[in-house]
Design a protein around this ligand. Structure first.
Ligand SMILES: Nc1nc2c(ncn2[C@@H]2O[C@H](COP(=O)(O)OP(=O)(O)OP(=O)(O)O)[C@@H](O)[C@H]2O)c(=O)[nH]1
Ligand SMILES: [Mg+2]
Length: 251
């Protein structure tokens, strides 16, 4: 029997009717377990996925009736994965990929990303998107955010907002104790938390971005800027509280 880690994927989707099925068609043969989170879409996203599901038994659809933001969608899928790991169905060594539903993540890169994770025994690989076709404001914002995150993470992060990622399930579930995310902040929070927990993280593997589209706002960026030190502070606080309690309970 092979000891190769299983490949899971999570796809958050909000109003992605034009692209969702093409993404799922390409992604589903690459993984053994695929979770789509429909985040209260108001277009035909959910209906399209529901119509596509019957021929794909390894795919599940989770959904919110009202839009709750990308971080809530990830939190729902990741807590389900954590529950399955704790129940022994999944191994901490298994891999979970995150892929956007809008076609911005080039799935031709999928196996190369996995190879790097396995060869280098990484706990997380956050692909560095080639943003050269993006407007300069977006690129500059991404640079500022990544520099800010680097300061708090204690190691270089080059595209901390990237949603094209591979995690070891064990590391991801450990990090999940220290953040939850709001709006888009899940991506920046998990990156900083994993680095501060001492996991092996790379964020410098370049991937092309086949299409440009942007729905994030200045407000979303401001949320992420605040979320980074809050995540680092929360981690520090919880861990120091645990260390303070440990000698008392041991005695
Ligand atoms: N915009 C948006 N996307 C969501 C939401 N919930 C889930 N998503 C999904 O999260 C993924 C990332 O969202 P995008 O808006 O493409 O964000 P991004 O690619 O990180 O950032 P941009 O380059 O600014 O678009 C997509 O698959 C969305 O469908 C939500 O409330 N709003
Ligand atoms: Mg996108």
């Amino acid at each position: 029997m092979s000891n190769a880690p299983r490949r899971l994927a999570v796809v958050p989707a909000y109003n992605e009717e034009p692209t969702i099925i093409a993404v799922l068609e390409q992604l589903s043969p690459l993984v053994t377990d695929l979770t789509i989170v429909d985040d209260g879409s108001t277009d035909g996203t959910r209906a399209k996925v529901q119509a596509w599901l019957p021929d794909h038994p390894h795919v599940r659809l989770l959904s919110f009736d009202r839009n709750r933001g990308m971080s809530a969608a990830y939190y729902l899928a990741f807590t389900d994965i954590a529950r399955r790991m704790q129940g022994g169905e999944l191994s901490p060594n298994d891999l979970v990929f995150t892929v956007d539903a809008d076609g911005q993540h080039d799935l031709e890169e999928f196996e190369a990303l996995e190879r790097i994770v396995l060869d280098e025994h990484l706990d997380a690989l956050l692909a560095e998107r080639d943003l050269s076709d993006y407007p300069w404001v977006k690129r500059a914002g991404n640079r500022v955010m990544s520099t800010w995150a680097t300061l708090w993470a204690g190691q270089p992060l080059r595209d901390v907002e990237s949603g094209y990622r591979v995690f070891r399930i064990g590391a991801l579930c450990d990090a999940l104790q220290y953040y939850r995310g709001w709006k888009y902040s899940e991506t920046v929070e998990v990156a900083v938390v994993l680095c501060r927990l001492g996991y092996r993280v790379r964020n410098d593997v370049p991937v092309p971005v086949p299409i440009f589209r942007s729905r994030t706002s200045y407000f979303d960026a401001a949320v992420d800027i605040c979320a980074i030190p809050l995540a680092a502070g929360r981690l520090w606080w919880r861990r120091s509280r645990r260390t303070r309690r440990a000698p008392a309970s041991a005695g």
